[in-house]
Write a protein of this length. Structure first.
Lengths: 298, 298
């Protein structure tokens, strides 16, 4: 997509403005992402110098958060390429993250105040979401509200802010597009949670059923736990390496209790709500993005 | 100082706005600093709701940079109290740093655009300065320009930005106060570099002559190296645990070559230049801050 190349060039210009050789060197090593947030912004606000700048700012913030994530998770790869912390060290990854964050905020400070507030506030939510995520893996969490609050902050808040900022930029209904972005983010996370159970490790590119081992009680597990009579059995498998037998038991219970099916329905409901909210704009691209995202595995 | 309590309360309000229990818990564990930047802002702009907010923003940014610093340096204490990374873990310290940064930027986004640009741009410089600092400790650096560029970015840029923003806020000469802040920061770092050599470990609260062992060729070492005939001898001691004899040799050379004396003069020259720049404002407090800072050890 030609417009995404414009966004990449804009990010490069913003990084070049730092006048720092090392920053440019690091920038060239960043793995390319799907640029979901930019696609969303451009579909809402159209392509203009201002919307390209907004995309660049959001992508820099997203990249910064991933740099810090990889330090925290001691991840050695990101999208199949070696991570900055693996290629260099933690100091470099943390500081380059701070450079990208602050360059993004510096650019934001020159934009519309409402846009600047919306995006920078989402970064606070994003960081709180990361902390909540860790908190929730400490012991078996059976609270749906806590789970929803966490995935809203960690995954949905920056997507919501991107959609809202794009609506502000193009004079469209802020609340409607904010809802669309929020629900896209929430549904995206839920589908990810479902895929962890339904897909094999080859398709996922990581071990299957890893979430529960890592202490994450995701939406299908929450719904299963609610319905299950053998609650203690599920709890006893929490944060454990699962035998084939145990994995199969969980999958069977997910099917028979309809926890999986209900999780899919929940994601679909969020998607329908989002599409309904922006209906007056007759934006079929956004409808397709939502539907494709939810149906990506079934 | 009563006004600094107002700043602390303002920071707390900004953190409370996050609606996150853990953030408040972490905030209460942050060690108290000298709040140099706030003192500077209040001396320039006077006390008002706006200047207190500006102070709070700058202190949050400073605290965030220290949180990330402590992770990077694996520091277990900060100002005599256990650091957040020691009390919790790296993840918590990195994320709480990101929370403080983004809350500060969110507040900045609602202030004057020139102020927001000045402060957020300084955060980029600060982060680049941290990376340069690491680069310069990899091998013996004999470039005065590289040293000056690094301490400007790492130490002086946020002080410069604070003074400039305070001048913008109160309608004073931006360039004059920016110069004052920049030179205060540079001189502060130089005096620190000198104290590392002239003070004993008890007074410093850390091992004396640590900079050179850690690979930092600071201003007295740069000037000594320039004058020294036995350049190779100094190079051979670089990044080594020093014997008493070797420490004494360095100190003697620092005296006989007048490298120390010249370093002090350099700091004093920066101070004089700064005081001259803001002379029209007859601000004796700022003159005293500069003089006390430079004379803090001699």
């Amino acid at each position: 997509m030609e417009d995404l190349i414009k966004v990449k060039n804009q990010i490069k210009v913003f990084v070049q403005d730092c006048n720092d050789k090392k920053s440019l060197e690091l920038f060239d090593l960043l793995p390319e992402g799907k640029m979901l947030r930019s696609k969303l912004i451009l579909k809402i606000a159209g392509v203009s110098a201002e919307s390209i700048k907004l995309c660049a700012v959001v992508e820099m913030i997203h990249a910064a958060s991933l740099l810090h994530d990889d330090v925290i998770d001691e991840a050695h790869t990101r999208r199949g390429k070696p991570s900055i912390n693996a290629l260099y060290d933690n100091k470099t990854a943390i500081m380059f993250g701070d450079i990208l964050y602050s360059r993004a905020f510096t650019q934001l400070s020159q934009m519309d105040k409402n846009i600047a507030y919306t995006i920078s506030n989402a970064v606070t939510l994003l960081s709180i979401g990361e902390m909540l995520d860790v908190e929730l893996t400490k012991s078996f969490n059976s609270s749906y509200d806590k789970y929803l609050d966490m995935i809203y902050k960690k995954t949905a808040s920056l997507i919501e802010a991107s959609a809202k900022a794009a609506a502000i930029l193009s004079g469209k209904d802020q609340e409607a597009f904010a809802l669309y972005g929020k629900n896209l983010g929430l549904a995206f996370q839920m589908v990810d949670d479902i895929l962890d159970i339904t897909q094999d490790s080859q398709t996922l590119g990581k071990p299957a059923m890893l979430d529960f081992v890592e202490g994450k009680v995701t939406i299908p597990y929450l719904l299963l736990y609610e319905k299950l009579e053998e609650k203690q059995k599920l709890e006893s498998l929490y944060k454990k390496e699962l035998s084939d037998e145990e994995s199969s038991w969980i999958k069977e219970q997910m099917q028979s209790s309809k926890a999986l099916q209900q999780s899919i329905k929940l994601a679909q409901k969020l998607g329908d709500e989002a599409i309904e909210a922006i209906k007056p704009y007759k934006n079929s691209d956004l409808e397709n993005i939502m539907n494709a995202m939810i149906q990506r595995e079934f």
